[in-house]
Design a protein. Structure first.
Length: 96
C-alpha cells in the first residue's frame, strides 16, 4: 500500500512540474523570448499543451472572465495538492 501511495505522489508531483513548465514556456513564447519555429521548443510546448490543456479547459469553463489573466493553472495545482493530501489522510494516516 505504501508503494502505491508513493507512486501516486510521484505522478502528481511530476504532473505539477509539467504544468509549471507549460506556464513558463507559454510566457516565454508570448513575450517572444522563445520562438516556436525552433523544433525543440515547439515539441516541448506541444507535449505540455496536450498533457495540461484538457483539465485547464475544464477549469476555465467555470472561472469568471478576468481579461488576460489566467488563474486556471493555480486552481489546478491547488486542487492536485488537495487531492494528494486527501489521499494520504484517508489511506495512510500513520505511514507518513
Amino acid at each position: 500500500m505504501k508503494s502505491a501511495l508513493i507512486l501516486f505522489d510521484n505522478i502528481v508531483t511530476l504532473y505539477i512540474w509539467v504544468l509549471i513548465i507549460h506556464v513558463i514556456i507559454s510566457w516565454l513564447v508570448a513575450f517572444n523570448i522563445l520562438n516556436t519555429s525552433n523544433r525543440f521548443v515547439y515539441s516541448v510546448l506541444d507535449v505540455s499543451y496536450r498533457l495540461t490543456n484538457p483539465p485547464l479547459d475544464y477549469i476555465r469553463r467555470f472561472l469568471p472572465n478576468l481579461g488576460s489573466i489566467d488563474i486556471s493553472p493555480i486552481i489546478l495545482i491547488l486542487g492536485l495538492m488537495f487531492l494528494r493530501n486527501l489521499v494520504f489522510e484517508m489511506f495512510a494516516p500513520g505511514l507518513f
